[in-house]
Design a protein around this ligand. Structure first.
Ligand code: PEP
Ligand code: MN
Length: 337
């Protein structure tokens, strides 16, 4: 249910409504608006009509059921776009945000060189995996905590926030010590225990779409994080499984259009995992920006042919730099900076 407060409602009236919601066994999430505040009350769907009784409280204008299955993620609760701040970077605003870096942190020289290079070319956030969810248990699994340390160092040296994938709920506290954004990968998009655990942290979360998930299921996964009180969720379209084999996955660009209708959360696109080939990344990056993506996540490696993971889809510094140049034109056509 959404409890819409009157524009003139006082702070005290808001507090009283919040405690009443809690008393009734629901979780209140206050969304502060320019003219009025609203409270999303979420919890057991079965008894939610009890919340209708809040309508008679002072300061309350209306109590409206949220019809969508995803509540806090939906525009029914919040019409304005969410802007997620990480250091001095804002995701979801006018600026097109570029997240770049290698698939995995491999060694100090690799991550630091990549960080400095992509920063000088216009990237805003550094990526690098320390825990890699690989299809084969015999493939490189990531450097673990050592990788986190190197990623943090590279972020500090290049003055960029850093993001890494988290695969285990028990790692949350450790990973949060080193990084600015947590990434949930495609394979874990419906790992509900992991979603709840990152929801309890207050770090922004990039939630990649499950490779066989509908947009609705994806938003329900976002809801798991939001309902724990962490409102800093960024959705990342990274391609889905189809019958097509010419690309690693099929980039679902229409998801951007749908999400812009359905949710206030920022939406970014990862054309590297979507296509699986570096040569296809630029055109899909331009298309994503044209479709309204708030940002891009791009795999970049100093020597893609020597990468421990995802080499074929990783761009080298030269091709990344050329792509960024051209991206600026697409950004300006769509009135982005
Ligand atoms: C990654 O970003 O390196 C990754 C493993 O992505 P995905 O979960 O989209 O496959
Ligand atoms: Mn990868």
């Amino acid at each position: 249910m959404v409890i819409v407060m009157k524009p003139e409602a006082t702070e005290q009236q808001l507090k009283e409504v919040i405690s009443k919601i809690e008393e009734l066994g629901y979780k209140p999430h206050v969304i502060y608006g320019a003219t009025r505040n609203v409270i999303g009350a979420v919890g057991d769907e079965r008894g939610k009509f009890i919340l209708q009784s809040l309508e008679i409280m002072d300061g309350v204008e209306a109590v409206i059921p949220i019809l969508k299955p995803y509540k806090l993620a939906s525009k029914e609760v919040k019409k304005e776009k969410s802007i997620i701040k990480v250091g001095n970077v804002s995701i979801g605003g006018k600026e097109l945000i570029i997240i770049a870096g290698p698939c995995a942190v491999e060694n100090e020289e690799q991550i630091i060189n990549t960080a400095k290079a992509v920063k000088s070319m216009g990237a805003h956030i550094l990526r690098g995996g320390a825990y890699k969810p690989r299809t084969s248990p015999y493939s490189f699994q990531g450097l673990g905590e050592e990788g986190l340390k190197l990623l943090k160092k590279a972020g500090e040296l290049s003055n960029m926030p850093v993001v890494t994938e988290i695969v285990n709920p028990e790692h949350v506290d450790l990973v949060c010590e080193y990084v600015d954004i947590l990434q949930i990968g495609t394979r874990n998009c419906q790992n509900f225990e992991l979603l709840k655990r990152v929801g309890q942290s207050r770090k922004p979360v990039i939630l990649k779409r499950g490779m066989a998930m509908t947009i609705k299921e994806w938003l329900m996964s976002a809801e798991y994080i939001l309902s724990e009180g962490n409102m800093n969720v960024i959705l990342c379209e990274r391609g889905i499984r189809t019958f097509e084999t010419a690309t690693r996955n099929t980039l679902d660009l229409s998801a951007i259009a749908v999400l812009k209708e359905e949710t206030h959360l920022p939406v970014i696109v990862d054309p590297s995992h979507a296509t699986g080939y570096a040569k296809y990344v630029p055109s899909m990056a331009y298309a994503a920006v044209a479709a309204g993506a708030d940002g891009l996540m791009i795999e970049v490696h100093p020597q893609p042919e020597k990468a421990f993971s995802d080499g074929p889809q990783s761009m080298n510094f030269n091709s990344f730099s050329k792509m960024i140049e051209k991206l600026r034109q697409f950004a300006s056509i769509t009135e982005r900076t």
